[in-house]
Design a binder for this molecule. Structure first.
Ligand code: AFD
Ligand code: MN
Ligand code: MN
Length: 397
């Protein structure tokens, strides 16, 4: 007896989890300024409390990615308290994100800096982050580098490639058993002439050179217009080199908008390639689904709830593709029938099944409405307004 649509979706949702970024709850902005929100989180405790709300109402966000400089103000010594705070708010610490892009010493790069003392400092920070990961029980260290240059002729691209491989290898060799290093790529910004790890090919080569515990991290906003992201995903899956995602949506560049707000069909196609890989190989893709968004204008917790619910909905739709039928149509180049396998699944209204899953897990059928009714946002707006508005006056100083 074939599984019903509801059974397929429920099974997919039971295994789908997406990790929240601590930085998504804090005041963020663009290089043109920040719009401060009264209830924004300003401490790691507040970030974990807010993330705990998203998980409480959605049931699919049990872990929180943290940023070492921003979330561990006292470095390694603040780890035990942070781990306790995560437990207090019903979440766990997830990926550890080193920060080798905002200190003044990184003006000309971190692992790619021509000054060996800066490269050493960047490596030391990454090694500290690996130690933090061991203390928090995190599996992944997510490495993003802003390194690059703004003007032709000012950086030796090949030498920087070698410095990066040297630094990544040294870091890789200090990974504990079970830990992974996720190498993220980005075509441009903040560097506007060349970025040292600019595309999936460079990240793949860097990860391969670093060692077997290194994989590629695909940030959906880190691609040129028109790039076929799901093709990159299919290649990395086939090479067993896809470590995970930083999900967001974009209209033009690394806009860090709400997942699915611009192109939900692309997210569906990414999930489809992963689920087709699992169907064809019989292997579970060991992928970290993570959010990486800047919630500059919407309410931060509301936007995070929107993101989690959209991710669940698109993953559920992708789970409804009839893979056996699709493979047959592909084999016979029956183009319309093959395409219809995807379009039928994408067009399926899975919201009744999502509501069923939530009921079965004691969750509100409408998580956003339930959060709004909880009064949590009004409370934190009152409690945090003074320090945030003080920050607002400072933001324009
Ligand atoms: C910025 C970068 C990159 C990185 C993130 C968290 O573009 O996506 O992963 O900050 O450090 O969005
Ligand atoms: Mn990212
Ligand atoms: Mn980004």
């Amino acid at each position: 007896m074939p599984a019903t649509q509801e059974e397929i979706v429920i099974k997919a949702l039971d295994s789908f989890r997406i990790e929240l970024p601590s930085w998504g709850f804090a005041n963020t902005g663009t290089r043109f300024g920040k719009f401060i929100q009264p209830g924004a989180a300003t401490t790691i405790e507040e970030k974990l409390a807010d993330a705990g709300q998203v998980h409480k109402f959605t049931g699919c966000c049990p872990t929180v990615a943290v940023h070492v400089l921003w979330d561990f103000p006292h470095g390694v010594s603040s780890v035990p308290e942070t781990v306790q705070l995560a437990t207090k708010y019903g979440v766990r610490i997830g990926a550890i994100n080193p920060n080798v892009f905002q200190d003044q010493i990184y003006k000309y790069g971190s692992l790619g800096n021509p000054d060996p003392t800066v490269r050493e400092k960047a490596l030391a920070h990454i090694l500290d982050s690996i130690q933090i990961a061991s203390l928090t029980g995190s599996r992944d260290i997510s490495l993003w580098f802003a390194d690059g240059s703004n003007f032709p002729g000012t950086a030796n691209i090949r030498r920087r490639k070698h410095w990066f491989i040297e630094g990544l290898r040294a870091a890789h060799d200090r990974l504990a058993e079970g830990q992974r290093m996720l190498v993220e790529y980005k075509p441009f910004e903040p560097a506007f002439y060349h970025t040292d790890i600019a595309d999936w090919g460079m990240a793949l080569l860097m990860a391969r050179a670093a060692g077997p515990k290194a994989k590629v991290l695909v940030d959906t906003g880190h691609h040129y217009q028109g790039q076929n992201i799901e093709q990159i995903v299919a290649w990395l899956l086939d090479e067993d080199m896809l470590g995970g995602f930083h999900f967001n949506d974009r209209r033009y560049a690394d806009d860090d908008l709400t997942l699915g707000c611009i192109d939900p069909y692309q997210v569906f196609r990414i999930f489809h390639e992963i689920l087709l890989y699992e169907f064809e190989t019989g292997r579970r893709a060991d992928i970290a689904y993570m959010v990486d968004q800047s919630h500059n204008l919407k309410g931060k917790i509301e936007e995070m709830i929107q993101t989690a619910l959209t991710a669940q909905e698109l993953y559920a739709k992708a789970a409804l593709v009839d893979h056996a039928k699709l493979l047959e149509h592909q084999q016979r180049s029956e183009l319309v029938d093959a395409e219809e396998c995807l379009k039928q699944a994408f067009a399926t209204d899975v919201r009744p099944y999502l509501r069923q899953w939530r009921r079965a897990h004691g969750l509100p059928e409408d998580p956003l409405a339930a959060f709004r009714a909880s009064g949590y946002q009004q409370r934190i707006d009152r409690e945090r307004a003074e320090k945030n508005l003080a920050a607002a006056s400072g933001a324009y100083a």
